[in-house]
Design a protein around this ligand. Structure first.
Ligand code: SF4
Ligand code: SF4
Length: 102
């Protein structure tokens, strides 16, 4: 199964501190969301960044998190080389964890 992954798919899996560093480095330009085919309602980078690692997850961010299918289209447009797909993966993990706690 691993043999079938594209090489850049391996880099999706960043540690929590790495994702935190990426969020700190984000300049909020919105290019990743403009390139994303899964955005179905207004959502801001501020909301996404704030909710990726801590605090409650709002309904719009939860819906977007479920809709993200890890296509990676958000990575190339980022002017500072960040990985929104990896950030979204962490949001997926947080969302699943919060559902288990309910
Ligand atoms: S990986 Fe997720 S957030 Fe990035 S472009 Fe694809 S669907 Fe959108
Ligand atoms: S494209 Fe990069 S810098 Fe711009 S908002 Fe997205 S993650 Fe942040």
């Amino acid at each position: 199964m691993l043999r079938m992954l594209k090489p850049n798919a391996i880099t999706l899996h960043k540690t929590r501190p790495q994702v935190g560093q990426e969020i700190q480095a984000c300049i909020g330009c919105n290019e990743c969301l403009l390139a994303c085919p899964a955005v179905a309602e207004p959502i801001t980078i501020d909301m996404l960044n704030r909710e990726t690692l801590t605090g409650p997850i709002s309904e719009p961010v939860a819906r977007f998190t479920r809709a993200c299918y890890q296509c990676g289209a958000c990575v190339a447009p980022c002017p500072v080389g960040l990985h929104r797909d990896a950030m979204m993966l962490w949001l997926k993990v947080r969302l699943l964890s919060s559902m288990e706690e309910m």
